[in-house]
Design a protein around this ligand. Structure first.
Ligand code: FAD
Ligand code: MG
Length: 339
């Protein structure tokens, strides 16, 4: 969770070089995390109020911790009734199920019963008994979700099924914030929702934005490399933000839907660069589950995605499209390759 990616250097440079209006950052606590928005020009205090209100609207529809949300209602009605939802909730669930299909269930929003049982990130975090995990796994299968596009309904056909949009909704909210800001006339800015970064607009200097990528084994704010990009989203999924330790094992919050346990592979973090926050967020979780070899292959086959992998041996793997835009900043995180 939270800040896996941070903005550095040129943001400040842009701050200095922008003469028309002062840039400003505002931060609110939404989605159980810190959400910051930085605007550079053509905005007012109302712009901030309105964009955060739009983001809260999304939280209120999609949170599993808010009882009145649409997602909570879908979960309550599991095995009972289809639930009519707004088009944005319907469309995001459809998108998530599409990514599930593409990744053979690596991203599976029906992991809800497991997310809830493990409780990682909450006071109730614990290792559930194996028989309980096996029982809950019976209800984890994205193919069982019934969507009715004509009536805009979502139905979970078994009691005990539960969806959780934690892997994708922050990215979607970032996209919606950008859309709102552009419509309001804001020319450029940075969205940072718990480390899900989206940059939009052009800097006065015409230089690319620079985004630092969080070092998995260090304090928030330490980065091992910098990505330059014109516009778009940079989102990381990793083992280092939400986890607990037991018997020397790290139990983190990304669940392998095929085992019911936190993913265990040699990857510490995956960062996805994409045109939209929804894609970057959804695929970062999915590709983390796929692991290094399958993950790189998957991303190389998608023209609209790039990725940075960090292994637990601190080797950094880049997809081909990032070779010229990634700058290594820590010698202990060398760039590796399969060739
Ligand atoms: P990602 O890798 O993007 O997502 C990991 C999350 O996705 C896990 O935490 C789990 O929820 C889910 N998940 C795990 N494995 C899989 C899988 N294989 N397929 C699909 N999904 C999986 N946190 C709080 O503590 N309190 C809150 O009130 C709260 N409200 C939230 C409301 C909303 C609408 C959202 C989207 C999140 C909320 N969160 C809340 C969750 C918190 O912000 C999560 O830690 C965050 O969404 C995880 O994001 P990430 O970018 O770190 O990791
Ligand atoms: Mg994600």
């Amino acid at each position: 969770m939270i800040l896996s990616v941070l903005l550095i250097g040129t943001v400040f440079f842009f701050f200095l070089s922008c003469r028309k209006t002062d840039p400003e950052t505002k931060t609110e606590f939404i989605f159980g995390t810190t959400c910051s928005i930085t605007l550079y020009s053509e905005y007012s205090q109302d712009t901030f109020t309105q964009v955060f209100s739009r983001v809260r609207e999304i939280e209120n529809k999609m949170s599993v911790t808010i009882e009145s949300s649409e997602v909570s209602e879908i979960n309550r009605m599991a095995g009972v009734n289809a639930v009519t939802v707004t088009s944005e909730t319907f469309n995001l669930i459809t998108t998530a199920l599409g990514i599930a299909e593409e990744t053979e269930g690596a991203l599976d929003i029906t992991v809800g019963p497991l997310v809830s049982e493990w409780g990682i990130g909450s006071e109730n975090a614990h290792v559930p008994p194996k028989h309980k995990i096996e029982k809950l796994l019976e209800h984890v299968d994205y193919r069982k979700v019934v969507l009715d596009a004509d009536n805009q309904t979502v139905f979970l056909p078994e009691k005990g099924m539960r969806i959780d949009l934690g892997a994708i909704a922050k990215g979607y909210a970032g996209d919606q914030a950008v859309m709102f800001l552009r419509k309001s006339g804001v020319k450029s800015g940075i969205i940072d929702f718990g480390g899900n970064i989206i940059v939009f607009g052009t800097k006065q200097t015409k230089e690319p934005w620079k985004v630092g990528i969080q070092q998995p084994d260090s304090n928030r704010g330490s980065y091992f490399g910098i990505l330059g990009l014109a516009e778009g989203a940079v989102v990381s999924s990793g083992t280092y933000e939400r986890y607990f330790m037991k018997d020397g094992i790290r139990f983190h919050h990304i669940i392998d839907p095929s085992t019911g346990f936190p993913v265990r592979n040699n990857v510490d973090s995956v960062t996805i660069v994409a045109g939209s926050g929804t894609s970057a967020d959804g695929y970062s979780t999915a590709v983390f589950v796929l692991g290094l070899e399958r993950g790189i292959q998957f991303v190389e086959n998608k023209t609209d995605l790039e990725a940075v992998f960090v292994t637990n041996e601190k080797n950094v793997y880049l997809t081909k499209g990032l070779k010229d835009s990634f700058t290594q900043t820590k010698a202990e995180y060398p760039i590796a390759s399969f060739e």
